[in-house]
Ligand binder design. Structure first.
Ligand code: 13P
Ligand code: SF4
Length: 380
């Protein structure tokens, strides 16, 4: 049970929260944090706005945030400042059957301050499409020899699909280890929904492009591939992408190199292959942060990832020269939906005993998704 601060207080309407100043919202959120102590955990992804991330108990990349949700023993509520798939993952991991039993049947309530904070990439693979793909593949190849791998940026139903078929979830920080794990067990991989992470990772393992056909779920026959291409495949890449990271181009890299000799290009592996091939360092959001933190004063960077993170790095490291690797604004509009009014509103509802935007994965989906997530946490 969440302790109710003031049970008589009626569930607040969101609209008045939008009229409050950031100082007032921050103070009210801090009051709830102080009252709930370790029973409340605010998790923040690195792409969150500065004023939101400042209030997070813990911040991290997708892998770290999943591990934190899995490890936490004392909390009874998680406010996830991130996007929908992250809150689903936290719900599954924080409410593993053995944990719920240890708490005497009590579940951790996971709230996403704005339920519309989704991920457009995750929406590019639907469970019906993936099941249809699997059935079609089974007519051409032995699917017992195909490892389904879903990027963590996917709905819980896809993680459950992987769990049911002996597959695994990967994140941007363990994708290579997950592919190695997969090839140690099966001959081929079906990788969804991000073609770029799949391709960029498989190429580091020496897999040639002609063994990585793209499965387009909009094509009715074999995802737009010939039988031969499927027979030759090692990694079947789903036709999905991140619209934020797809904005960075090889031309941007060339322009920065020309204008700033000695500059280092640092990008997320969701960027296109042409960009990753020309970069100096490729890594998850945490790896990007570490690279800058470890660099000496005077270092020059052009960084290809979400705008809020790059701006924060710029602000925190005034002794380095940090540029955003695009003349365009590439920000994740859905991550940006989480703001102080939504966070304060969802927390006040939580303590009032009228939680809003609770993300709860159904038991059957959670059971199988957990199989794939446990493998993800083991493979580093
Ligand atoms: P990280 O796991 O690297 O934080 O990436 C999450 C994400 O959504 C990147 O677009
Ligand atoms: Fe999804 Fe891209 Fe936003 Fe990450 S940056 S949450 S992949 S839309």
């Amino acid at each position: 049970m969440i302790t109710v601060l003031d049970p008589a207080r009626p569930a607040p309407d969101l609209r008045p929260f939008k009229e409050l100043s950031n100082d007032t919202l921050t103070r009210r959120i801090q009051e709830i944090r102080a009252a709930m102590g370790r029973r409340l955990l605010i998790l923040g992804h690195h792409y969150q706005q500065d004023e939101v991330i400042a209030l997070a108990d813990l911040r991290g990349d997708s892998y770290q945030l999943s591990a934190l949700a899995a490890a936490e023993e004392q909390c009874r509520a998680i406010a996830f400042c991130g996007v929908h798939f992250m809150a689903e993952t936290a719900d599954i991991l924080a409410n593993r059957p053995e944990r719920v039993e240890r708490r005497g049947g009590e579940r951790v309530t996971v709230v996403l301050p704005d339920i519309k904070a989704g991920c457009s990439m995750a929406d590019m693979a639907g469970i019906d499409q993936v099941e249809d793909c699997w059935e079609q593949l089974a007519e051409v190849i032995d699917v017992e020899q195909v490892m389904p791998v879903t990027y963590v940026n996917s709905a819980a139903g896809l993680k459950a699909f992987c769990g049911r078929h002996g597959g695994i979830v990967c994140t941007s920080s363990n994708a290579r280890a997950v592919l190695e794990w997969s090839f140690a067990r099966r001959r081929r991989v079906l990788f969804f929904p991000d073609q770029h992470l799949g391709r960029n990772t498989a190429r580091t393992m020496g897999i040639p492009l002609d063994e990585m056909p793209i499965w387009n779920p909009r094509e009715s026959e074999l995802g737009g591939n010939s039988r031969d291409a499927i027979l030759r495949s090692r990694v079947l890449l789903w036709k999905g992408h991140c619209s934020v990271h797809q904005m960075f181009t090889a031309q941007h890299v060339a322009q920065f190199r020309e204008k700033y000799p000695g500059i280092k290009i640092l990008v997320h592996p969701e960027c296109m292959m042409e960009v990753v091939d020309r970069a100096d360092t490729i890594g998850s959001t945490s790896r990007i942060i570490q690279a800058v933190e470890k660099a000496p004063p005077g270092s020059k960077w052009a960084i290809g990832t979400e705008l809020h993170l790059v701006q924060r790095l710029k602000h925190e490291h005034p002794d380095q020269e940090i540029h955003f690797l695009s003349p365009m604004v590439c920000m994740c509009a859905t991550m940006h939906r989480i703001d102080l009014p939504h966070l304060c509103w969802s927390l006040e509802n939580l303590v009032a005993g009228t939680p809003v935007n609770v993300v709860r994965v159904d038991d059957e989906t959670a059971r199988f998704a957990l199989e794939a997530l446990k493998r993800m946490l083991e493979v580093k």
